[in-house]
Design a protein. Structure first.
Length: 473
């Protein structure tokens, strides 16, 4: 299989002698392969969840409490060993690593990093970590596009452009949101309207979304009972309040994550490879608390089923308020302890729970329809996402594409921009920038990459990565 693939790539290179032709041709190939890689990654996580965290949550008697705590702890231990001794570059969410590769390394992401991210992140999320698969999907897809760029013998500048192709394809496949993937790549990675890059980003995002649609279906990620709309103008008061609260949650999450991560970095009494197990045990404990008192999943493992209930207005106010706090704490433990996984899904979950809780205020005070609870949950997703990730346009579009509805444009704009502006006022840098700064990395703005691609590792890692021959594959 490997030999046949190598012959195909060599044949494609011979048929496309011009470098711009090769860039376009391999952009098309990258879009398709990234879609397949994303589907494989998501299916693997779902399979591991069915083997690990789901049986733990449903173990007989009171043994489920023990297994709910042990499952993410054991998963963290396995991942900690893998990150320490095999693929340290696979730690974290994936977005900062792609930003570093784009800004400093001409898009270079090694084979070991890509495979390690796939395997270790799938195992950690599947065992019950409170982390998302979207950021890791971006890193995996950027790794696929990086390997294709090197196989195509593209120049360093064109290899860098392929990194943006991988990011867009990863977001499109992860969220089933090709339009939002384009704006996110522009807001978070490229930073300007480079027409050549933009063309590749659009092509790759569309192809990855088509592949994902073909295999997994074209339905939105969340199924809401009907298209929500702004029914009463008086509700805008509470949407504005939601934006303020979303900013508070966003800053609290970022500060807590960075503070605990700094403590884990300084904690040398316990080996580094044990740290993710400690974070996993804390996550499992918080998940057990939620299950014991509210009989609802979402803290450990797949959060989208519980989030869908919030979007339909099916959860009580107390549960949503408590689960917003539990999810914040669980994600901080899972990420700060050195695990492998993203923060997109937890951000959306926290936002949905916060928004639903505020929706109950609107219903109680103004006696509006119960549908308002689900509408507020939808808006809350985008508001917290905007406050944490600092991509305001993406936060609006991604909610539209994930829910399939466009009736909440005004509330989304009010809440998202309020959350974004206040969070930026209280904390000037986004969570990804702050993570890189904590690692001693300051990305250049508007300059060319500093180093040519080679055997050296990517710099944005807590643990050193030994040079390997796959860096130049």
């Amino acid at each position: 299989m490997g030999a046949a693939w190598s012959r195909f790539l060599a044949w494609l290179v011979r048929r496309l002698p011009n470098e711009q032709q090769r860039l376009l041709g391999f952009t098309i190939v990258a879009g398709g392969l990234c879609g397949l890689a994303a589907v494989a990654f998501h299916v693997t996580i779902a399979w591991l969840e069915s083997l690990l965290i789901d049986p733990a949550n449903h173990a007989p008697g009171h043994s489920w409490i023990f297994w709910t705590i042990v499952s993410p702890a054991l998963g963290g231990l396995v991942v900690g060993v893998g990150l320490t001794f095999w693929a340290p570059a696979a730690a974290g969410s994936g977005i900062p690593q792609v930003k570093v590769a784009f800004a400093l390394r001409y898009g270079l992401i090694t084979l070991r990093e890509t495979v390690g991210k796939f395997v270790l992140c799938a195992f950690q999320i599947g065992s019950g970590a409170s982390l998302g698969l979207e950021g890791p999907t971006v890193q995996i897809c950027a790794g696929v596009s990086s390997m294709l760029a090197r196989a195509a013998r593209l120049s360093p500048q064109y290899q860098r452009r392929m990194a943006s192709v991988g990011m867009a394809a990863g977001i499109a496949a992860a969220f089933n949101a090709p339009i939002a993937s384009i704006t996110f790549t522009l807001e978070e990675l490229i930073g300007n309207l480079d027409q050549t890059m933009l063309a590749g980003v659009i092509v790759a995002a569309a192809l990855a979304a088509v592949v994902e649609h073909t295999i997994l279906g074209s339905n939105p990620v969340f199924h809401v009972p009907r298209q929500y709309e702004l029914g009463n103008a008086s509700s805008l008061i509470w949407y504005a309040l939601l934006g303020v609260l979303a900013a508070v949650v966003s800053v609290a999450f970022t500060d807590s994550l960075l503070g605990l991560r700094a403590k884990f970095k300084q904690w040398t009494a316990v080996p580094k490879w044990v740290h993710p197990a400690i974070g996993g045990a804390a996550t499992g404990t918080l998940a057990a608390i939620g299950l014991y008192f509210f009989h609802q999943n979402g803290i450990a493992g797949d959060p989208y089923k519980t989030l869908t209930l919030a979007l339909t207005g099916s959860l009580p106010a107390l549960l949503m308020a408590v689960y917003c706090v539990l999810k914040l704490a669980a994600t901080v433990f899972s990420y700060s302890s050195g695990g492998s996984g993203g923060i997109f899904a937890p951000s959306l979950f926290m936002g949905g729970m916060l928004g639903g809780a505020v929706g109950y205020i609107d219903v109680t005070v103004f006696h509006h329809s119960q549908d308002a609870i689900g509408a507020f949950a939808v808006v809350g997703m985008g508001a917290v996402f905007a406050g944490i990730v600092r991509a305001p346009m993406t936060s609006i579009l991604i909610v539209f594409e994930m829910t399939g509805g466009y009736g909440l444009v005004l509330p989304l704009m009010i809440a998202n921009i309020s959350a974004f502006a206040l969070a930026r006022y209280w904390r000037s840098d986004s969570v990804y920038e702050a993570l890189l700064i904590q690692d001693g990395i300051h990305l250049p703005q508007g300059t060319k990459p500093l180093d040519p691609p080679g055997d050296a590792p990517l710099p944005a890692q807590t643990l050193p990565l030994e040079p390997t021959e796959d860096a130049t594959a």
